[in-house]
Write a protein that binds this ligand. Structure first.
Ligand SMILES: Nc1nc2c(c(=O)[nH]1)N[C@H]1C(S)=C(S)[C@@H](COP(=O)(O)O)O[C@H]1N2
Ligand SMILES: [Mo]
Length: 422
């Protein structure tokens, strides 16, 4: 055996214990930051903070490689020690598989640009799936350890066994997961254990609703549109009557589920407060109310929808008005350089260059798969820019302004690339 390796294995018992503790904290940090990133609710509250949390998640995630490699170096010895202890072996394998699975899928998600949307969405599926299996497992694991600490007869620890060359303490063998050789639980619950348990309980409570939503999305074949439209307060009159290509949708119905994203409470519109305006550097400022807007000539397109966080919805049949048609009606002045989009939520904006805005498939949509777009998904009117990541597709579109300066959109100001091409 190489000298360095045997050196490393000195004090192996203690090393395993501290490795376990380190790993526990890494999982706690990743669980917390991961859940915050997952829950749409935090997007508006955190704003810029979300980008920091994303970096923390990525960096700590990559750092989790260290305990994994470190464990591998000690694994041979540990494995021998676990001879005959099937449950403990299974535990080690489960935890190890979780860490490696999280790590690989996480690295792929981090490099979403390089791998493209198909791979990203698979990586996201794996990452989420492991989380919903792994998190309860890890929480259960910490809590059962806690119980063990509370049972006095299991705490009998023979002295002089910590550290080198240990055999598992017989009195604790039933519960000992092999990483706590002759651990010495002095208090019923140490401070660190208490914090960890509190954190575990917090995560369990916070994760519940997200998990159910995720599960629902995976089991259902995408969002149930009729249900979403039904519960939705967004019923502007008259409802736009779909073109033949929309109903039934020529795309065959969208595949996948939208994750509802917003940075404000979901705004609701009706006939009394809806308007769409084209203004700024135009020959003629235009403003439509709903009746006027649904009377404009629409077209149908089928396109995929990709979020930078890894999820996609395929084969969406959108019906709406081409952005370039709206711009032509208003007459763009030669001094204009960019088109700025304001959401009716009063906060979210984004922009396209004139050249990008001139693409045929950029539309101001009012129907998705032949149905009015529910408020959750940006209805009554949302921008759709199929060739770019979905942060360009401004929801609750309210104002289109022609400007002669460079505008940085909401998420672009908070770390997303200005180059949103897929
Ligand atoms: N007004 C507004 N538009 C928005 C967002 C938002 O938070 N607010 N999020 C963007 C992002 S990052 C994505 S992925 C899509 C999500 O669309 P969905 O909520 O309909 O799934 O909307 C984009 N447009
Ligand atoms: Mo997104």
């Amino acid at each position: 055996m190489a000298g360095w390796l045997s050196k490393l294995r000195k004090g192996y018992g203690k090393k395993l214990v501290s490795l376990h503790a380190w790993n526990g904290w890494i999982v706690v940090v990743l669980a917390f930051t991961g859940l915050i990133l997952f829950q749409g609710l935090w997007r508006g509250i955190l704003g810029e903070g979300r980008v920091i949390i994303r970096y923390v998640h990525i960096i700590v995630g990559i750092a989790s490689l260290l305990p994994v490699v470190y464990y591998l170096l000690l694994a041979g010895k540990h494995w021998k020690q676990l001879r005959g202890k099937t449950a403990q072996k299974a535990n080690v394998i489960i935890v190890f598989a979780l860490l490696v699975g999280w790590l690989i899928s996480g690295l792929l998600l981090w490099q979403f640009r390089a791998i493209g949307p198909r791979w990203s969405s698979n990586a996201l599926l794996v990452h989420d799936l492991l989380t919903w299996i792994g998190l309860p497992y890890v929480i259960y694991h910490s809590v059962t350890r806690l119980k063990w600490l509370k049972e006095p007869h299991r705490r009998t620890v023979k002295t002089g066994r910590v550290g080198e060359g240990l055999a598992v303490d017989a009195s604790s063998a039933g519960r000992n997961d092999g990483l706590h050789p002759a651990a010495k639980p002095t208090a019923v619950m140490s401070r660190a254990t208490f914090i960890k348990t509190a954190v575990g309980a917090g995560i369990a409570i916070a994760a519940g609703p997200s998990f159910l939503r995720w599960l629902g999305n995976q089991l259902g074949s995408g969002m149930d549109y009729s249900a979403a439209v039904e519960k939705d307060a967004n019923r502007l009159i008259p409802a736009p009557s779909p073109l033949p290509a929309s109903s039934p949708p020529i795309g065959g119905g969208s595949k996948g589920s939208f994750r509802v994203y917003t940075v404000t409470p979901i705004p609701k519109f009706d006939n009394s407060n809806f308007s769409l305006t084209v203004e700024g550097l135009v020959e003629k400022k235009l403003q439509w109310n709903w009746e006027q807007f649904v009377a404009l000539k629409r077209e149908v397109q089928v396109s995929d929808f990709h979020c930078v966080t890894g999820w996609s919805v395929y084969s969406n049949t959108w019906e709406g008005i081409k952005l370039k048609d709206l711009l032509r009606m208003a007459g763009v002045k030669s001094s204009a350089k960019m088109v700025k989009f304001y959401s009716g939520d009063g906060v979210y904006t984004d922009s396209l260059t004139l050249e990008q805005a001139d693409m045929d498939d950029v539309i101001v949509a009012v129907l998705h798969d032949g149905q009015p777009i529910p408020s959750d998904l940006g209805g009554p009117v949302r921008l759709v820019v199929p060739k770019m990541y979905a942060y360009k597709s401004v929801k609750w579109l309210k104002i289109i302004e022609l400007i002669d300066y460079d505008h940085t959109g909401y998420w672009e100001e908070r770390g997303y690339s200005k180059d949103a091409w897929i």
